[in-house]
Design a protein around this ligand. Structure first.
Ligand code: SR1
Ligand code: MG
Length: 400
């Protein structure tokens, strides 16, 4: 295929057939487009023997808004290259990319058909015993091995250059750190929390802290981030989980990935006040989520610290006091970015189903108000909350 054109089902089948040995007989293929994300086309191509692959194509605009929001199709390159890199660093928990075509901005990848999207599963109050350990391992490996602790100075700078992702970073810069704190037309505010949302626009103390977090996002290239590590970017089953959708990847602050994930687990925790009517079932699910949140940080910080102390090749960075300070900084950043995620998913352009699918409008408003309040406290208190136990105490105290 030559010039870029938006794939039809036939194009996707041809693409999958050409670039994999999986199918054999082209005439027996079928295809459906089932993308429901914000940006891309996603096709499943199957044969009559039950084999299937995924074709993902970047559209030249943001799908959720339309052609009035043009967007580079080079994001498919970033996505393919981040996934290939992360798969080298953590093969167990990264989806496999089989082929990438720059011209068509299309990626051929494995179909995780034995897996489900984590967000939908958590909304349905499902539990996965290894969730926190597996995601902690994914983050520790991908973030440590792409950082200054593992790479030489020249190699790291070359990697930073390769993964510059200005257009998608700008989306995050706007949606995460700017829109929720002003009366922006892109915001999407439920009528039940209009007053709480308006308070954000005049909260200069909060805005100063968000400015610091944004400045760090702009200028702290610590590691190759996934860049959009929410529960819709994770496929899971009882045995394993795999991360997908890395088009927002770039070199940024490590706490951004950790905080995005923590923020989404917290959104789900708050959502269950409206999603799960039965008090005992709700309590069980929320306890499960809190245990996962605790384990996620414990395991991530333990693994990342162990890697720093045993693998670091750069003499100056081997200093153990410096390494402790580095972990404390990741912790505070993670809380701050988790707080931003809670706020932007509640009043910004891109919401989450954990809150949006709460049927009772008044209850939804209460859950969203809790998300704004918790988000604000996490941002403001990120340097004084010195442990996960303290963070969980804040959460329980606020909801009590
Ligand atoms: C216009 S893109 C909106 C959001 O969807 C993506 O998944 C990112 O989270 C982005 O902020
Ligand atoms: Mg995505």
């Amino acid at each position: 295929m030559a010039e870029y054109r938006t794939f039809t089902n036939d194009d996707a089948m041809r693409f999958a057939d050409e670039h994999s040995g999986l199918f054999g007989d082209h005439s027996k293929l079928s295809c459906e487009e089932f993308g429901d994300g914000n940006l891309n086309l996603v096709f499943r191509v199957s044969n009559d023997k039950g084999s299937s692959l995924i074709v993902k194509q970047a559209l030249p605009y943001a799908r959720c808004v339309g052609e009035s929001w043009p967007l580079t199709i080079d994001r498919a390159r970033i996505e393919a290259e981040v996934l290939l890199k992360h798969r080298k660093l953590c093969p167990e928990h990264t989806v496999e990319v089989l082929h990438y075509d720059a011209e068509q901005a299309a990626i051929l990848m494995e179909d995780l058909k034995d897996y489900r999207i984590l967000r939908s599963e958590l909304i349905a109050a499902k539990q996965f015993p290894h969730l926190a350990e597996q995601l902690a391992s994914y983050m520790a490996n991908t973030l440590y091995y792409s950082s200054d602790f593992a790479l030489t100075g020249p190699n790291k700078k070359q990697q930073v250059g390769k993964f510059l992702n200005p257009e998608l970073c700008l989306i995050t810069e706007d949606l995460f750190f700017t829109d929720p704190y002003c009366n922006h037309e892109r915001n999407n505010i439920h009528s039940g929390i209009r007053a709480e949302a308006q308070q954000l626009w005049h909260d200069e103390v909060l805005q100063a802290e968000v400015a610091q977090l944004k400045a760090d996002f702009l200028s702290k290239p610590q590691a190759l981030l996934h860049g959009d590590l929410h529960s819709g970017s994770i496929f899971i089953n009882d045995d394993n989980c795999k991360v997908i959708d890395a088009e927002f990847g770039f070199y940024g602050p490590i706490g951004f990935d950790v905080g995005s994930l923590l923020g989404n687990l917290l959104l789900n925790y708050l959502g269950h006040f409206g999603l799960t009517a039965d008090a005992a079932a709700r309590e069980t699910q929320q306890q499960y989520l809190l245990a996962q949140i605790e384990t996620l940080w414990q395991q991530f910080s333990r693994q990342f610290s162990a890697l720093m102390s045993s693998e670091c090749r750069e003499p100056a960075l081997q200093n153990s006091l410096y390494q402790q300070r580095f972990m404390q900084q990741i912790w505070a950043d993670s809380l701050g970015y988790a707080g931003c995620e809670l706020i932007r998913r509640t009043v910004g352009l891109a919401h989450v189903a954990d809150l949006d699918t709460i049927g009772d409008s008044a209850v939804r408003g209460q859950c969203e108000a809790k998300a704004l309040k918790l988000g604000r406290e996490l941002i403001l208190q990120r340097h004084s909350l010195s442990s996960m136990a303290q963070m969980l105490t804040l959460l329980r105290y606020q909801q009590g």
